[in-house]
Design a protein around this ligand. Sequence first.
Ligand code: TRP
Length: 325
Amino acid sequence: MLSCIQPTGDVHLGNYLGALRNWVAGQHEADVFHGIVDLHALTTTVTPDVIGANTLELSAMLFAIGLDPEVATVFVQSHVPEHAQLGWVMECTVSFGELSRMTQFKEKSSRSETDFVSAGLFTYPALQAADIVLYDANEVPVGDDQRQHVEITRDIAIRFNHRFGDTLVVPEAVTPAAGARVMDLADPTSKMSKSSASTNGCVFLLDPPEVVTRKFKRAVTDSDATVAYDRAEKPGVSNLIDILSAASGMSAESIVSSYRQYGPLKSDTAEAVIAVLAPIQARYEELMADRGELARQLRIGADRARTVASATLERVYSAVGLLPG
Ligand code: TRP
């Protein structure tokens, strides 16, 4: 099983309760690979220093939330050169027409803030296909926005196998283990996102307690002053209930029956979130203060990833019939 994440900014509560927490639970259930896909982030222009710093911070965060480098394979994509190498072979196995039909490319290229649209943005699904098939992944848990990229990976793998003999595992997109659906506190009809208009609605995992408290205090609710769960009619209150439930383990029903007023619901939700974040923040600080240890953990991941990835690349080169070096 493989899931990947781009190092493009700070991890927030929606990422954590919605997905990352399940990565931690899932590490004991399957042979999991988690890539921090920094090469994918190059498809849009990056500022030097920022990409490396983001990669370091994201890896510290993944270990801080509880991914164990001895159990899960957590690696940085650029530390495993086979991604770029197999990416090229995948580019030569996918057609211009197929890539032109990718919705994400059409959207991203049309709303690009600059007029520079990199060729990498266009060929990105081929690199993603390489990420997936390198690890013989059977299952790729993805949200709806990435299903098309797993579909094209299947098409590429099937085509490759047809041309060169059975070489690649054909992966399947699976629905990720259900996590909490966390909405923006300031605009509870949109998903919590680091790119929303104001950061008031987005709780970052590194937010200090007073900031968490303030964001929850200001959370948008409604004027009817009854605590009830109704996503359509009462999105703000329902979001608080979901967050409190995810952070405390209490069921939504018991939360609804224990609260009469929004004030205590908000402050208890903030408290529960602070309690979830405290140990994560402590481990994060510890790791960031010990870069040697962090590098060691990433090396374990890269070594394990390379063992699998290099075997796949060799199989591919040999199937294609490249002259052995
Ligand atoms: N394209 C994915 C995204 O933007 C990230 C990604 C890269 C990925 N390689 C992957 C996801 C392989 C799953 C499997 O979110």
